[in-house]
Design a protein around this ligand. Structure first.
Ligand SMILES: Cc1cc2nc3c(=O)[nH]c(=O)nc-3n(C[C@H](O)[C@H](O)[C@H](O)COP(=O)(O)OP(=O)(O)OC[C@H]3O[C@@H](n4cnc5c(N)ncnc54)[C@H](O)[C@@H]3O)c2cc1C
Length: 440
């Protein structure tokens, strides 16, 4: 199992390769793998989707539901990229608050973005219910705790702004918050009732089955190594020799795009994000740490994330590649636990893993179409479950020429100068931040 999910090397010169680590804890509870057939040598289709994360899978699903002929190629297995490795915290929109989002996108796109992406967690709920996806949704609201008075004021402002827009977001403080976290470390937090948690790999597999049922043709272990245009058709050649021709292509490879499509990959700075999980906690330990079962993240520049999985493993996560190796990160996580929950007995660890994130300069996703018939969204800046579940459907609609709300302007590409240097500098600064501010 671990081998088939073995990821490609991390992008940074400083970062440890992703493949050095075992697969994530989500494999333990994701149920059966999705079966897909071997492709023919030559495939012709209306629309080709590349990448089987939430973005590509919801695109393929929408295309098939609209009666379009859709083929999806995935380099590894369903959920191989960030979608099968994330923390499973379904949050609306982005890390930015409503005022910043409107400032970055302008009032017109900003308004549509706030409305559509604010409702994206409901779309995830709906997809789960409609396709009976067994992915352990837990609808307890998500806590975002302030680490100091400055970020408390920032969260209060965001919370008020969301509440004014009729969104179920509130502040919690003092004893009420301590009862939720089991720690005295935080005195104020935003409680977002739109958010919830899922088993992300199971959600990806459920979307894949729904897309197959609707008529999309999905193929795994089909890495596209070239994408070219000939006589108005796109031609994708896979490493195993399959040739797919299509009228249009939706590129859903996001932070894993690499050299396949520089217009997409050069717009992003990539970063790592990781998870480290305990063995299932006993009842006494669970009573000490997040005793009400909430999921949590904080306002550190590189946030700390906590949540339980359906079997009671506590998952701790943060940003950056795991250059310190699995044991280094377990020691780091043990220190975090001891510092925030001094009464908690030392825990044993079961899994350590990492994935790759795409970050944009303005911290918002981008909608890129560098050539006629080729389109994709990239850069969810660490918040991509609900957004990509939305963007996949939106990309399908655009490709089919269907009218609909557009929360982002279409750009040709937005390459970042000195990108490689920025990636390495970011990785180094995250490592320093993690090993000073987060654990001291
Ligand atoms: C550790 C971690 C924790 C996170 N936690 C959260 C969270 O709690 N909440 C949240 O909202 N977001 C979270 N995110 C972000 C979220 O997971 C992503 O934004 C989202 O999964 C991206 O989905 P996607 O479909 O766009 O891309 P991906 O899921 O990355 O899918 C891209 C796919 O393209 C495939 N691919 C790449 N190149 C090729 C090729 N040449 N040919 C064929 N296929 C190819 C890859 O194998 C991959 O499967 C986290 C991310 C990470 C890494």
């Amino acid at each position: 199992m671990a081998d088939r999910m073995a990821p490609r090397p991390a992008r940074s010169h400083l970062a440890a390769p992703e493949r050095a680590l075992p697969s994530s804890m989500w494999h333990m509870t994701a149920g059966a793998r999705v079966e897909t057939p071997e492709p023919d040598d030559m495939i012709s289709t209306g629309i080709l989707v590349i990448g089987a994360g939430f973005n590509g899978l919801t695109a393929a699903l929408r295309l098939a539901e609209c009666g379009a002929d859709a083929v999806l190629l995935e380099a590894g297995e369903i959920g191989e990229g960030a979608s099968g490795r994330n923390a499973g915290m379904v949050n609306p929109g982005q890390f930015l608050g409503p005022a910043e989002i409107s400032r970055v996108l302008g009032p017109e796109y900003g308004e549509v973005f706030l409305r559509e992406l604010g409702a994206a967690p409901d779309l995830v709920r709906d997809l789960i219910a409609r396709h009976e996806i067994d992915c352990a949704p837990d609808f307890r609201p998500v806590i975002r705790a302030a680490i100091n008075t400055r970020t408390e004021a920032m969260l209060s402002g965001q919370s008020e702004a969301w509440a004014k827009r009729g969104q179920p977001v509130e502040m919690v403080r003092g004893a009420e918050l301590q009862a939720m976290t089991g720690s005295r470390r935080w005195s104020a937090a935003m409680l977002d009732h739109r958010g919830f948690t899922i088993q992300p790999l199971a959600y990806a597999r459920g979307l894949a089955r729904a897309a197959q049922k609707a008529g999309a043709r999905l193929y795994q272990n089909q890495r596209v190594q070239s994408l070219t245009q000939e006589n108005g058709r796109w031609i994708a050649l896979t490493r195993s020799g399959t040739r797919v021709t299509a009228k249009k292509v939706i590129l859903s490879t996001n932070a894993y795009t690499g050299s396949l499509a520089p217009a997409f990959s050069e717009t992003l700075v990539t970063s790592g994000a990781f998870g480290v999980a305990t063995r299932p906690l006993d009842r006494a330990s669970r009573a000490l740490i997040f005793p009400q079962g909430h999921s949590f993240y904080d306002t550190h520049k590189i946030p700390l994330f906590f949540r339980y999985d359906p079997e009671g493993r506590l998952k701790i996560g943060s940003l950056g590649f795991l250059s310190d190796g699995a044991e280094g990160i377990q020691r780091w996580a043990a220190r975090i636990l001891a510092r925030h929950w001094p009464d908690l007995p030392a825990q044993e660890w079961s899994h350590v893993w990492q994935g790759t994130l795409g970050l944009t300069a303005h911290r918002m996703p981008r909608l890129i179409s560098p050539a006629e018939g080729l389109i994709g969204t990239i850069g969810c800046n660490g918040r991509g479950i609900a957004p990509n579940s939305y963007f996949g459907g939106m990309l399908a609609d655009i490709t089919l020429g269907r009218a609909g709300p557009r929360p982002l302007p279409v750009e040709q590409s937005s390459p970042r100068p000195l990108r490689a240097l920025q990636c390495d500098a970011l990785d180094l600064s995250m490592r320093i931040y993690r090993n000073t501010f987060l654990k001291s």
